[in-house]
Design a protein around this ligand. Structure first.
Ligand SMILES: CC(C)(COP(=O)(O)OP(=O)(O)OC[C@H]1O[C@@H](n2cnc3c(N)ncnc32)[C@H](O)[C@@H]1O)[C@@H](O)C(=O)NCCC(=O)NCCS
Ligand SMILES: Nc1ncnc2c1ncn2[C@@H]1O[C@H](COP(=O)(O)OP(=O)(O)OP(=O)(O)O)[C@@H](O)[C@H]1O
Length: 212
């Protein structure tokens, strides 16, 4: 629990590595009426043409990563940064501060709208230290071998490209150190849904008792 942030809304940080099942967990929470702040989407918004990040990304990576329509070609940028740690660090240093600003603005807006619970969904929640915006951290984990299998099935990556994506992210062990709740999406989706409902019931119980 982070003591230095407003207690309203209650912000749950949801994280886990690539293909760990965050989206399916977030979807379930969304169906329960929770608002999801999707940091992947904020990251895409951060460097739209006309923004400072757009200029900075082009300055760092060159005009080759621009699409014919003038936007950043994320596929091209991804293939550079997922095979080069320095390049990824460079991109992160440009984009993460802006994602943090956009996320803070979203949370502030939701506070003024009177929302009670918000999920901050971010693969790099811990790497970027955005857990400082959260009252608790939920983590989805699966073994790295299963991640690689999912990336080969879902994204059509070859094993080498899949392992590269796994290796640039925090390990399960690093995430477990700060997790308040841990999910595993290794089994049937129905089982994950049950895990989410159990965690949700706990949050509701705690929030209800603290508002008595
Ligand atoms: C690398 C980029 C260009 C790839 O874009 P693309 O549209 O092809 O993929 P998408 O954004 O959907 O990301 C795919 C997956 O890559 C992984 N990933 C993305 N960014 C990062 C990162 N900085 N570090 C580690 N893994 C990452 C995540 O698991 C994500 O789900 C893009 O993700 C990006 O600009 N990333 C930097 C900003 C960032 O950190 N975004 C994530 C915020 S949670
Ligand atoms: N029990 C499960 N729960 C959730 N997803 C599962 C489960 N079993 C298999 N999968 C598969 O795992 C893949 C990853 O799921 P999902 O897109 O929810 O992960 P993610 O963490 O949001 O991924 P990314 O960060 O790459 O977008 C999907 O292709 C999904 O079909």
């Amino acid at each position: 629990m982070n003591e230095n942030i407003p207690i309203h809304p209650h912000v749950i940080g949801l994280t886990g590595g690539i293909a760990s099942g965050k989206s399916s967990i977030a979807k379930r929470l969304e169906n329960l009426g929770v608002f999801i702040v999707d940091c992947d989407a904020l990251g895409h918004r951060a460097y739209l043409p006309g923004t400072k990040c757009f200029k900075d990304v082009l300055q760092a990576f060159g005009d080759e990563i621009k699409d014919a329509n003038g936007t950043i070609n994320r596929k091209a940028l991804g293939s550079i940064v997922f095979s080069n740690r320095d390049a990824l660090n460079k991109l992160n240093s440009i984009v993460w501060p802006q994602i943090a600003e956009l996320a803070k603005a979203e949370i502030k807006k939701l506070r003024t709208e009177g929302k009670d619970i918000v999920v901050l969904d971010a693969v790099v929640l811990l790497e970027a230290n955005w857990n400082k915006f959260c009252q608790e951290v939920w983590v989805a984990i699966i073994p790295p071998e299963e991640v690689v299998k999912r990336l080969m099935d879902r994204n059509g990556l070859d094993p080498d490209a899949a392992w590269k994506r796994v290796k640039v992210q925090f390990s399960n062990q690093e995430r477990l150190k700060v997790a308040d709740i841990v999910f595993s999406t290794l089994w049937e989706p129905e089982f994950t849904q049950k895990q989410v409902m159990k965690a949700w019931d706990e949050v509701e119980k705690v929030l209800k008792s603290s508002s008595l």
